[in-house]
Design a protein around this ligand. Structure first.
Ligand SMILES: [Zn+2]
Length: 351
């Protein structure tokens, strides 16, 4: 595995981060992944729920690798008398993680308007309690970049309850190999899975078993992986961000192997096999317990699929905020996911 495939993964991640896809508003991201898979020579399909599903090859013991294309975001709840917008969150995050952030309102009529999230009394020279004021869904509002001073002004633009809101991802790739952006959860892993598809398409890796990719939506609200799995699938490997912090072992250069999250322990044999592969490949990795986390694999089980399940992913710092990962974490996730499907040989360290 060389640097070129990591360059490819990073380029796809940057592209995906640039496509707004808050949960429920993911059509453009789905189309991007669908078109890229076609360009690589595959025949992807949309499930009824508009997940993107593709068979990479191989036969026997069907396995699906899943990443989610939806991200955190918001939906307009109401237009305030001032013309500012009150929102309802899509996914879980504290208000201070979006305070001051630029955003785009995507109206039901297909128009886009920019704005930014501000405290309702944001001026330090006027408001004495800017630092201490409670941030919640009533006090943090969107101020549109339009000449709006009352509710009717915003409504005249076609803005109203039910419009989707995306956040500025502020994607930056550093010389030192870091990628800083919102929504690396789970666009980093989506890029990794596209890179895996490219390796297989190029003949650099070959699945030893029937291998599928599934790019889901609605993960951030809990039902991403609950539908649309390939028929007869036996194993579900969720490829989603690795949590970092407190007493966890991973950092943003590691691949995380999650042994347990809010939904309980992951499958014993699958997880053991992934740990053995990570060790054998010499990957920078950690086996961790994620205290506040759920994955598409858990969603699939709760939906009634009879599967074994596991979760791996690139370590992502400051999850659900302005996140960061590193090429080494992407390499680890790609090598581990790839080796699980294709054997270790194609993913052994160069030299
Ligand atoms: Zn995620």
């Amino acid at each position: 595995m060389d640097q070129a495939i990591l360059d490819y993964a990073v380029a796809r991640i940057v592209d995906l981060c640039g496509i707004p896809s808050p949960t429920g508003y993911t059509r453009e991201a789905e189309s991007y992944v669908f078109a890229e898979l076609e360009r690589l020579g595959y025949k992807p399909e949309y499930t009824n729920k508009r997940s993107v599903r593709v068979r990479l090859g191989g036969s026997g013991r069907p396995l699906v690798l899943a990443a989610h294309l939806d991200t955190l975001g918001a939906m307009v709840r109401s237009v305030k008398p001032s013309g500012a917008l009150r929102v309802s969150k899509l996914g879980g995050f504290p208000e201070n993680y979006i305070e001051g952030e630029n955003c785009v309102v995507h109206t039901r009529g297909g128009k886009r308007f920019t704005g930014r999230f501000l405290l309702d009394k944001p001026a330090v020279h006027v408001n004495a309690d800017v630092g201490s004021a409670k941030r919640d869904d009533a006090s943090l509002e969107i101020v549109l970049d339009e000449p709006v001073s009352k509710a009717d002004d915003a409504k005249a633009l076609g803005i109203g309850a039910g419009d989707f809101v995306s956040f500025d991802p502020r994607t930056v790739v550093t010389e030192s190999g870091y990628i800083k952006s919102r929504h690396l959860d789970d666009k980093a892993s989506s890029g990794v899975l596209l890179a895996f598809a490219k390796l297989v398409a190029d003949g650099a890796a070959s699945p030893e078993r029937e291998t599928w990719l599934l790019f889901t939506n609605y993960e951030e609200v809990g039902h991403g992986g609950s539908a649309g799995l390939p028929a007869g699938v036996e194993e579900f490997l969720a490829v989603d961000m690795g949590a970092i912090g407190d007493d966890l072992g991973a950092d943003d250069r590691s691949v995380s192997i999650c042994a347990k999250d809010s939904g309980g322990p992951y499958d014993l044999e699958m997880t053991d096999a992934l740990i053995a592969l990570a060790r054998g490949l010499g990957l920078r990795h950690a086996v961790d317990v994620f205290p506040f986390y759920g994955s598409d694999a858990g969603a699939a089980l709760r939906a009634g699929y009879d599967i074994r399940h596991a979760l791996i992913g690139p370590g992502v710092q400051a999850s659900h905020g302005y996140e960061r990962t590193h090429r080494e974490a992407l390499r680890g996730a790609l090598a581990l996911a790839g080796a699980y499907c294709c054997g270790s040989a194609a993913f052994a360290p160069a030299g």
